[in-house]
Design a protein around this ligand. Structure first.
Ligand code: GLU
Length: 308
């Protein structure tokens, strides 16, 4: 079967080299196998997403020659490809989970105070405070606060093999606790949206930053709970600056706007990214075709990649 991959950026700023590293590796992985590449704009959070950034994402990908087969403003058969236009789809998936969903009235402070020891990545593990509230108590609490909605997890071990980081396992619910599927402001949670989207867009291969490895068992739980087949996952290392800090949208000097206005050609950006992906022996300009010919997951590093 032809693999289907995707790049799923959040339009919360101009892309930096770390975002483009992810775009490039997801592109190379699927295109080196003759597959399709989808662009999905993850503007799920209305407070942080801006249309001008999704336009710039498309423009920067074009500048690099990373053309997608479906998605973004190009559209396609499995759209819409902007999460804000997919709310009805998320509502339907949410309905499928309804029997395991309960309202949670905890504030952020309550969550921190009541949480079990933090997960390895620093996330608080939900202690289950609102799991068994009586209907009367729910009605009472609803007078003063809008609840978020959590999914009650069954005792389950999730094991999977990441295509790049190998065998992974998590004990749910101890490792994360019941997670939020809908926020108190009504916005569907990332885990629910990303699983619904990847499933309905028939994505068979997910390539993304290793910072999302810890939430992958939660997403696999959702796939299995919904009776869907999960995609293959390939997590990739993070790009960090000389001080070891992960590149973020505040690193203005390594964002595409700055690189493009400094007159740096796309081949140089591709060459640098290809070098950091272990595909080129030295840092020199390269074409997308060069990288496609050399692409091999076993060359890609697993530790943080220092750039600068
Ligand atoms: N939208 C997420 C981000 O930009 C990526 C989500 C994913 O690849 O699953 O960090």
């Amino acid at each position: 079967m032809t693999p289907v991959g995707r790049f799923a950026p959040s339009p919360t700023g101009r892309m930096h080299l770390g975002n483009v590293y992810c775009a490039l590796l997801s592109y190379l992985s699927v295109k080196s196998q003759g597959g399709k590449w989808i662009l999905r704009i993850e503007d799920l959070d209305p407070d942080r997403s801006r249309p001008e950034f999704s336009n710039l994402i498309e423009d920067d990908l074009h500048w690099l020659g990373l053309y997608w087969d479906e998605g973004g403003t190009k559209g396609g058969p499995r759209g819409p490809y902007f999460q804000q236009r997919r709310t009805d789809i998320y509502a339907q998936v949410y309905q499928l989970l309804q029997s395991d969903i309960y309202p949670c009235f905890c504030s952020r402070a309550d969550l921190l105070a009541a949480s079990a020891p933090h997960a390895a990545d620093g996330r608080a593990i939900y202690a289950g405070t609102c799991r068994d509230l009586s209907p009367q108590r729910v009605a009472q609490l609803q007078q003063c606060r809008k609840p978020a909605f959590r999914l009650k997890l069954n005792e389950t071990d999730i094991c999977f093999t990441d295509g790049h980081y190998g065998v992974q396992s998590a004990r749910l619910p101890q490792d994360c606790g019941d997670f939020v599927v809908r926020r108190a402001d009504g916005v569907f949670a990332y885990n629910l949206a990303v699983v619904a989207d990847d499933h309905l867009m028939e994505v068979s291969q997910v390539v993304r930053g290793v910072d999302l490895l810890p939430v992958t068992p939660e997403q696999i739980y959702l796939y299995r709970r919904l009776g869907w087949k999960e995609p293959e996952y390939f997590h990739i290392p993070l790009l960090v600056d000389a001080s070891g800090r992960r590149l973020c949208k505040r690193n203005k000097d390594l964002e595409l706007g700055a690189l493009r206005s400094a007159g740096i050609p796309p081949q140089r950006v591709l060459g640098d990214l290809g070098y950091w992906a272990g595909l080129l022996p030295e840092r020199k300009p390269a074409s997308l075709q060069d990288l496609l010919e050399r692409f091999d997951w076993s060359m890609v590093p697993t530790g943080n990649v220092v750039v600068g």
